[in-house]
Design a protein around this ligand. Structure first.
Ligand SMILES: Cc1cc2nc3c(=O)[nH]c(=O)nc-3n(C[C@H](O)[C@H](O)[C@H](O)COP(=O)(O)OP(=O)(O)OC[C@H]3O[C@@H](n4cnc5c(N)ncnc54)[C@H](O)[C@@H]3O)c2cc1C
Length: 568
């Protein structure tokens, strides 16, 4: 029998719970304030915003989690020289666990803004603390503890949607299936939930949500907060993919106030990549979500604020009376900023097949992550696409035991896919590349796919296979609908024009509107790669400095009408 791997908290205990020496605590004092707690007193509770990082000087504190039946589990007991906190404390978000004093406690409380200052000012100590905060979050993700509880059937499309959302945002959660789990059954009865109303979500603060939208769930668990209408950011970045996060890291670390908005999750398309092998410095490759989570935490360490999920629905055509750009959000809120960086990337193309939407969310997938791999373990799956993202997904799924039928329109892969991936696919016996193939029909019911048909070009012959999962990797279109009427000129395919194409004296990454820049996949003529997006994210910061240096708070009025250039 295979031994289950030891939990991360045990494997890396010394890094997860490091001991600070008295000199280090002395150096930390200038960042916080001392407080005392009586035995039994709560330092903070799950679901509520805590005071920040807590360094214990004397006494003991238990960190516990409660389940839906009210049972408490001890995660760890902290003593003198240890500190309490995880990533939520760095970002000032609600705590994921309860902390209770077990004896009279003297503690140093370091609020989130001072914690970020400490992480930057104290390089070596900061690194140890940051590593511990990240590892503690990874440990909570592994345990599935501390977050909301989703109650619903494993294969239900809304359950998959909510799971996918929390997972992509690095937030722990638990899933309970009322068909197999007695606790879930008890919850459904306790809250008088009709099976048709599932899933329900129980938030750590005790609120019950019935099949919530991602936005409702995010607000309930404190992932996203209301925008301060009086705040004026130096730069607002639309999109938290690699381009937007790179801007956030470089701009915030150079002292600019930054707000990053994303309508879904951090990481963008890169966050969906099963393994990025061509990003500089990672010779063994890295999963997209791991690379992006590092960037997301790094940006917050430098003080960039995140508004995720928050969808930008418009950039106003004119600056307001103070000369600020105004971004309008889908929920009616507004963001004011002295400059704007468009990093809204691209979204996946859908297949032109009747009834595709009937199977999206359950059987048709646009990502291949461990979540999808679990759904189709040891099954035959179909995957459409011939680019690098399709190749990576096929290799990943095959590595998880699936038999992959890779449906490709052309006669071979070499024109559209990197050589190393073509080689790898050829070396895997459980990937079958079917060339000259186009999906012609989907069969199934109740949202569950039962069979896929495809036609072979040369012969017109139709093949039917009993396949329950279809993966689509057929390219992307720019996310620029929200720019209509903004004064930003797009090319014929909807990508944002910059530099010379936007007007004579523009910075290379500046759009037709002064003070508004575009980077990454959304920019016309950009190279569609993670490294290119990150490079542009860093490069734009120099342009931001020079633009902000020339304004005295009055950004130029938009004079160029929204239009798509006629060039192809
Ligand atoms: C599956 C897959 C695998 C890939 N693998 C590789 C690889 O191995 N190597 C490589 O170099 N490249 C790879 N790529 C390409 C790479 O991921 C992209 O080039 C890169 O992510 C582009 O970054 P970006 O920040 O410009 O845009 P994106 O990554 O597209 O991010 C844009 C973000 O903007 C957000 N957004 C859009 N509209 C709005 C709005 N109105 N309001 C708020 N937010 C908005 C989106 O939610 C998204 O998070 C892969 C792509 C995919 C899909």
């Amino acid at each position: 029998m295979a031994l289950s791997p030891q939990p991360l908290i045990e494997r890396r205990r010394e890094q997860v719970f490091p001991d600070l020496d008295p000199l280090e605590i002395e150096r930390m004092r200038r960042f916080g304030e001392c407080r005392t707690f009586a035995p039994g007193e709560k330092l903070f509770s799950a679901g509520e915003i805590g005071p920040g990082l807590v360094v214990i000087i004397a006494g003991n504190v238990d960190i516990t989690q409660s389940d839906q039946a009210g049972r408490r589990t001890l995660i760890v007991s902290h003593g003198p020289g240890q500190f309490i906190g995880e990533l939520a404390q760095m970002a000032g978000r609600p705590s994921l666990a309860d902390a209770t004093a077990q004896a009279p406690v003297d503690a140093l409380i370091i609020p989130p803004d001072q914690l970020r200052a400490l992480l930057i000012a104290e390089a070596e100590l900061g690194e140890r603390i940051m590593r511990a905060l990240i590892l503690r979050r990874v440990g909570l993700l592994e345990l599935g503890g501390g977050g909301p509880v989703i109650v619903g059937r494993t294969q239900n499309s809304d359950v998959l949607r909510l799971q996918g959302f929390l997972r992509r945002n690095g937030h722990p959660f638990q899933l309970l299936n009322p068909e197999t789990d007695t606790e879930a059954k008890a919850l459904v009865e306790r809250f008088h939930v009709d099976p048709g109303q599932l899933p329900i979500v129980l938030c750590p603060g005790g609120q019950l949500l019935r099949n919530p939208s991602e936005d409702e769930l995010a607000r309930c668990i404190g992932l996203v907060r209301a925008i301060d209408p009086d705040r004026r950011y130096d730069v607002a970045v639309v999109g938290a993919g690699p381009a937007g996060l790179a801007t956030a890291v470089y701009a915030a670390s150079e002292g600019l106030s930054v707000l990053v908005l994303d309508c879904r999750a951090f990481g963008g398309q890169a966050g969906a990549s099963a393994r990025i092998e061509n990003y500089l410095g990672f010779p063994t490759g890295i999963t997209g979500i791991a690379l992006m989570a590092r960037a997301y935490n790094q940006a917050q360490k430098f003080g960039a604020e995140m508004a995720i999920p928050d969808e930008v629905s418009a950039l106003s055509a004119q600056s307001d009376s103070a000369g600020d750009f105004v971004l309008r959000l889908h929920n009616g809120e507004e963001v004011k900023a002295r400059s704007v960086v468009i990093a809204s990337g691209a979204r996946y193309r859908r297949l032109n097949v009747e009834n595709l939407d009937a199977f999206e969310g359950t059987s048709v997938h646009y990502w291949a992550t461990p979540l999808e791999a679990r759904l189709c373990a040891n099954q035959e799956v179909a995957l459409v696409g011939a680019g690098n993202s399709a190749g990576q997904a096929a290799v990943f799924l095959a590595g998880q035991g699936a038999k992959v039928r890779m449906l490709v329109r052309r006669a071979d892969l070499s024109a559209t896919m990197s050589h190393y991936l073509v080689d790898r696919i050829q070396g895997l016996a459980n990937i079958d590349v079917v060339t000259d193939a186009a999906v012609s029909g989907l069969e199934g019911r109740d949202g569950m796919l039962e069979a896929i048909r495809w036609r072979i070009g040369a012969t017109g012959q139709e093949v039917r296979r009993p396949i329950q999962h279809l993966f689509l990797f057929i390219g992307a279109e720019p996310n620029t609908d929200w720019l209509g009427g903004s004064g930003i000129t797009l090319d014929a395919k909807g990508f944002v024009l910059t530099g010379e194409d936007a007007g004579g004296d523009r910075h290379a990454l500046e759009t037709t509107r002064r003070g508004v820049f575009a980077i990454g996949d959304v920019r016309a003529k950009s190279v569609k790669r993670v490294a290119a997006a990150v490079g542009e994210g860093a490069q734009v910061v120099a342009a931001l400095h020079s633009y902000l240096g020339t304004t005295t708070g009055h950004a130029a009025m938009a004079t160029i009408p929204a239009a798509r250039a006629q060039s192809s």
